[in-house]
Design a protein around this ligand. Sequence first.
Ligand code: 5AD
Ligand code: SF4
Length: 436
Amino acid sequence: MNKSYYLETYGCQMNVADSELIEGMLSQEGYTPIREMSKADAIFVNTCAIREHAEGKVHSRLGLFNKVKRDNPGVIIGVLGCMAQNLKDELLVNKPYVDIILGPDAYRKLPDYLRRNEKKNHIVDTKLSRFEVYDDLFPSRKQGINAWVSIMRGCDKFCTFCIVPFTRGRERSRGIDSIIAEVSQAVSDGFVEITLLGQNVNSYQYDSVGFPKLLEAVAAVEGVHRIRYTSPHPQDVTEELLDVMASHESICNSIHFPLQSGSDRILKRMNRTYTKEHFNHQVDMMREKIPHIGISTDIIVGFPGETETDFQDTLDVASQVQFDSAFTFKYSARPYTKAVEYEDQISEEEKQDRLERLILLQREHTLEKNKKTIGSIQSVLIEKESKKSTSQWAGRTDSNKWVIFPKENAAIKETVPVQILNTSGISLQGKIVHNH
Ligand code: 5AD
Ligand code: SF4
């Protein structure tokens, strides 16, 4: 009999990619996706544990799923991903309506567990693996532009604020042949952009193949127009990697380069393994080798022990680098991590105040950076209709900036030359250039 499922995904792109793997398995098992959760035979939520706020959202969704289950007691509720790993005991005690709890290395067993759940026992599998990379499973992708391709899983860096090494386990890389096979499959399915994914994407190492070699191999696949990757660690951004980026037209001129803090003292406490001087030096090298490279970052404010002087150092580095964009976070204490034990935690008011100051500064930088593109002609991949107007397209530049422009005769998935005319802040406005 055909069964249906409803799936919600929270968190990073890795979770989006994992959900596509899960959907592939569910489809093999005879389950079809459905939009109305009240009619589904199974409800799944793929969860994130990176900050407390992310968990809060999932808890409130679970409350809703519980209500659905009261009307439809046969529905199976599954909690998947990082939070399953982190909160299994709490869930078992306080949320008995959750039937299946699977950590990020246990998805392969989902079909089997769904069959077994017919006996209505709780199923919990949060065992982490040193080997699982799901390399023989094909994800079910929605017809689109960009295909996420996971190339490694887990993280061994142990930044002291981060729960990922505990929820996703040890670092392991997927074989190059299966990666290239998946990229080729995605291209023949019509995808034009490939984004290589990993918690620490540039730590990729399989036999003698490191990340730069892998990038070259992906660039050699016929039909791949654009290649992106996320997220790298500054420690592993090498000259060789930048040279490979610079020498391939299809590898986008953009990098996510997480600073976290601009204070050497705090970086050390975070176990980030670089100094602000080294970080600045790497930015200089990037801009020298790849002019007009777009650089985005992640910054945490209010890490334990962060003084006003430390925070000023972060503002200074941000001003020096002038990031194109930044994801900014208030430090959130996470279980298992080293930093949760530090006694000099920062007050919520202080964190909020620093976050607001950082956001204001970054807004200026983003605007300045975007203004500098006015007048230039950018190569833009058309991805979707603009949210604000049905007569306009939205697409991204090579350097990862969104541009809104009149549709004219162009179509989704085409790459067109667009002259930038204006910017209102985060996105750019332009018009297609003809006879370019
Ligand atoms: N508190 C706040 N931000 C965090 N991040 C990771 N862990 C925490 C935490 N405990 C941020 C980092 C990372 C991004 C994905 O999330 O900036 O790069
Ligand atoms: Fe977390 Fe650091 Fe690993 Fe990134 S590198 S996943 S921030 S521990």
